[in-house]
Design a protein. Structure first.
Length: 342
């Protein structure tokens, strides 16, 4: 195509026309995609960051507790709140307070507080003071008032009115927190009330990094957790003796073996000796005068006509699940009846 074929218009005008055309199309495309793509940070990252921070506090509390227990036993119980607050304050000062602008948990989740508007650093410091210091003071105040018995003050008194006010404030704060959390769930911005008040939003520190969270490890952890919990729940329900007897019975039936092998020593025992008592006493005793000691107490007769102590045979039947093997002949015993002397 030669230059002669092109329409004879001013090239500058032509470029402008094309640009205007492309601009309107670009704008409409941007608006259309803006409805579908939410360029916000993932809520789950923010919640995970909180969990990680809590874990860190927990990990640091342990050595402090250990160290303080050496100074004065029981000191940790009375100063737990102060120590927790101190750990949180130090962590905040070292992380958000420094150039990092994010807690350690948030750094791990690739999050940082968005730098925007004036007084950003003052707002960050205010955030720390309100969320850590404010939380501490409020909890201390509530504890102090309830220890002083303000909750039980006589109705109409100054204390009772102040307590009612504190109680109402607490409830109001909880409702506001709930509303804020619901708003967070729907919009993904401002996880806490303090963040919303100060306009501190979280953004990705490195936007080019992958935002998708890999749930592979979490899923595996959850499966194992659920599995071990199920095992812990199910284990006490399983009777090992019954399960073993059931298995032996089924295996023997499948292999067409006799129901149980009979120990000739047991089978040859005199009739007045309980075979169960005999097998339960150890060998040293058996060789001695144990035979005399294993006299049947409260004799009961099985379907196969062998006699045992009532307690021995009932326990064996119950332990092995509604039926058991006769130790003398190996046949199945389901019921016993009292032996009547003739
Ligand atoms: Zn017995
Ligand atoms: Zn028998």
């Amino acid at each position: 195509m030669s230059s002669a074929d092109l329409p004879q218009t001013d090239p500058q005008q032509r470029w402008k026309g094309s640009w205007q055309d492309a601009k309107t199309r670009l704008l409409s495309n941007t608006q259309r995609t803006a409805l579908h793509v939410v360029p916000r940070t993932a809520r789950v990252s923010k919640l995970d960051a909180d969990l990680l921070d809590d874990e860190l506090t927990e990990m640091l509390r342990e050595p402090v507790t250990h160290a303080l227990s050496l100074v004065q036993p029981g000191m940790m119980d009375s100063w737990k709140l102060e120590i927790d607050t101190a750990i949180k304050a130090i962590l905040f000062w070292l992380s958000v307070g420094s150039h990092r602008r994010a807690t350690y948990g948030q750094t791990l989740q690739n999050l940082t507080y968005k730098v925007q508007g004036r007084n950003f650093h003052q707002r960050l410091h205010m955030f720390g003071i309100l969320s850590i210091g404010g939380g501490y003071l409020w909890t201390r105040l509530l504890r102090h008032l309830s220890l002083r018995g303000w909750a039980d003050a006589p109705a109409g008194s100054m204390r009772a009115r102040l307590w009612a006010l504190v109680d109402r404030l607490e409830r109001l704060f909880k409702i506001v927190t709930l509303v804020n959390f619901l708003a967070f769930i729907s919009t993904g911005q401002y996880k806490t009330v303090v963040e919303r008040l100060l306009g501190l939003g979280l953004v990705y520190a490195r936007p080019q990094m992958s935002h998708s969270v890999s749930f592979e490890f979490l899923n595996r952890q959850m499966v194992w957790h659920a599995f071990t919990e199920f095992v812990m729940f199910a284990l006490p329900l399983v009777n090992p003796a019954r399960a073993r007897a059931w298995m032996v019975r089924n295996v023997r039936a499948a292999l067409h073996l006799p129901a149980a092998s009979v120990d000739p020593a047991v089978a040859a025992l005199p009739e007045h000796i309980c075979a169960i008592c005999f097998t339960q006493t150890d060998e040293a005793q058996q060789q001695g005068s144990a035979e005399d000691a294993n006299h049947i107490i409260n004799p009961y007769v099985t379907e196969c006509g062998h006699m045992y102590c009532y307690v021995c045979i009932r326990t064996k039947i119950m332990a092995e699940g509604d039926e058991c093997c006769c130790l003398r002949c190996g046949s199945q015993v389901k019921q016993v009846c009292q032996h009547v002397e003739q």
